[in-house]
Write a protein that binds this ligand. Structure first.
Ligand SMILES: Cc1cc2nc3c(=O)[nH]c(=O)nc-3n(C[C@H](O)[C@H](O)[C@H](O)COP(=O)(O)OP(=O)(O)OC[C@H]3O[C@@H](n4cnc5c(N)ncnc54)[C@H](O)[C@@H]3O)c2cc1C
Ligand code: FES
Ligand code: FES
Length: 488
């Protein structure tokens, strides 16, 4: 099997590499193959941000910049993109880029190990916001840095740097020159030649043909789950089929009833689309991993991976989302919860690909909340996730839909609790009965994230919280009451 040519633009030049294995990570490529050691390795699992780099991809004739973790990114996935690492920021004469100058001015670095990653997350923010003439709020700075950990400086000076870099003399990239270099990179390196070890088709028809011909190839989208299997599970794949370039899988569309999100839409874009019509999901969306993971990971990857503590599935179950599975044989749609058959097992056949997620649009009287309980507020996996959607009519429950994560081997629907609520008068007495039902509907396990008892207890408390919120009480007021000290 041959490894395809890998080409990308770095420091204004096209880098062309041969012999790169399909599971070589971008961080390994940078540090070990190219000697670009400004990018650091910390956790090697997407958690610390030391390895952050910025990629730019041509989208609708413009460059789209995003910060990603290089440690869990497959090197071949950046074919046809432009790349910046921390050593590409300063000018040729050594003049610091505004993000570097702001970090320096704010005393925002001590040991400096995390600093290249912070600088790159700030560079992504700089390109996307400062150069568009937008000021940076503290919340935006926190979001941009949500995937970066610092153990010694403390975040205050780093946030200060983020909020003051816009005041320094501007530095922009020569986008036109980069775009013209990207034009010179052909797609042949990633093409569909029969014996290539890494394939990244452009169209759904090609993808389905490849999937049928190579059912043993490891399917990969953003690689934020698969990257951990490679780095931490030491798995090696002889061939990889990358879905992230398939045009049809990257589309978002709406009609009167349905928001359709392509399986390879990044989590960042998918949450933006969901937020556009359900703004109450803001806090939930911002607590899904950190920004570099959301910029790379996809909604389809989260759903297909099927982790029992995956965050999007409880929400999608509560919204009655359906997924479309396609193969050369045809296609079928199933309700999201019917996708799963057991712990990380699903009904996706060897020749099938998950192509899109159909989400019903909000109704006028919908009341929706998602509660994620985790040990850390940001960038942490759920111990428990509860999504509730209710429609009330004349004070009674017209319809209710509840998705739960962290209580069973798969994400699940709380059918018994739904049945207990449906058609009943929406009242404190009803909630007390339903809390009991919800606490006993599942057999959650005890693990390092939470004990079984804790999960049961919090489940009921969250339902109580939901009830209070339907009565107009703000979430912050009820948090202490319902969660008895748990940080939400
Ligand atoms: C630091 C860190 C924090 C994280 N935080 C969270 C969190 O807060 N909440 C959460 O839920 N998850 C979290 N994750 C997990 C991960 O980011 C998500 O599950 C993400 O959505 C996976 O998408 P991906 O595109 O990267 O999938 P990949 O890693 O590329 O693939 C995952 C699985 O899905 C399959 N797959 C991908 N696309 C398709 C498709 N179109 N059809 C069929 N199969 C497909 C792959 O074959 C693979 O089995 C975190 C991960 C990291 C590293
Ligand atoms: S090394 Fe920690 S996120 Fe990549
Ligand atoms: S400066 Fe030491 S970890 Fe951030």
């Amino acid at each position: 099997m041959h490894h395809p040519v890998l080409e990308f633009v770095h420091a204004g030049e096209i880098i062309s590499l041969t012999g790169v294995p399909p599971t070589r990570t971008l961080l390994q490529l940078l540090r070990e193959d190219l000697g670009l050691t400004a990018t650091k390795e910390g956790c090697n699992e997407g958690d610390c941000g030391a390895c952050t780099v910025v990629l730019a991809e041509k989208v609708a004739d413009q460059l789209r910049y995003s910060a990603v973790n290089s440690c869990i990114r497959l090197a071949h996935s950046i074919h046809g993109m432009a790349l910046w690492t921390a050593q590409d920021l300063a000018g040729a004469d050594g003049t610091l880029h505004p993000v570097q100058q702001a970090l320096h001015n704010s005393n925002a670095s001590q040991c400096g190990f995390c600093t290249p990653g912070f600088a790159m997350s700030l560079f992504g923010l700089y390109q996307n916001q400062v150069l568009q003439g937008e000021a940076i709020s503290r919340e935006q700075a926190q979001q941009a840095l949500s995937g970066n950990l610092c153990r010694c400086t403390g975040y205050q000076p780093i946030l200060h740097a983020a909020q003051t870099m816009a005041a320094l003399p501007q530095v922009s990239q020569d986008n036109a020159a980069i775009l013209s270099k990207l034009e010179l990179i052909t797609h042949t390196g990633q093409g569909l030649e029969a014996d290539f070890s890494y394939k990244a088709p452009d169209t759904l028809a090609e993808l389905l043909r490849e999937r049928a011909a190579h059912p043993q190839a490891q399917l990969v989208a953003g690689c934020t789950d698969v990257g951990l299997w490679i780095n931490k599970g030491h798995m090696n794949f002889a061939s990889v089929l990358d879905v992230s370039r398939v045009a049809e899988l990257r589309q978002i569309s709406r009609d009167a009833n349905t928001l359709t999100i392509g399986a390879a839409v990044t989590l960042s874009d998918a949450f933006d689309a969901l937020l556009a019509e359900r703004s109450q999901l803001h806090s939930f969306a911002s607590r899904f991993a950190g920004l570099p993971v959301r910029n790379a990971g996809t909604l389809g990857g989260n759903v297909a991976n099927g982790s029992p503590i995956g965050d999007s599935m409880p929400l999608l179950i509560a919204l009655h989302a359906r997924v479309l599975l396609a193969s050369v044989r045809g296609q079928r749609t199933v309700p999201l919860e019917s996708l799963y058959t057991g712990y990380r097992q699903n009904i996706i056949a060897a020749d099938e690909v998950l192509t899109r997620i159909d989400v019903p649009r909000p109704t006028v009287n919908e009341f929706l909340r998602v509660y994620k309980v985790s040990k850390r507020f940001e960038d942490d996996i759920s111990a428990l996730c509860l999504a509730l959607r209710i429609e009330l009519h004349d004070g009674s429950v017209d319809c209710v839909s509840i998705g739960v994560g962290g209580v069973a081997a798969t994400p699940v629907r709380a059918s018994q609790t739904q049945a207990a609520l449906t058609g009943q008068v929406w009242s404190q007495a009803l909630i007390e009965r339903a809390m009991h039902t919800l606490r006993h509907e599942f057999e959650p396990i005890s693990d390092m994230r939470a004990s079984s008892d804790y999960r049961r207890r919090v489940l009921g408390n969250l339902l109580q919280r939901f009830w209070l919120e339907t009565q107009g009480q703000a979430a912050t007021e009820v948090a202490h009451f319902s969660l008895e000290g748990t940080s939400l």
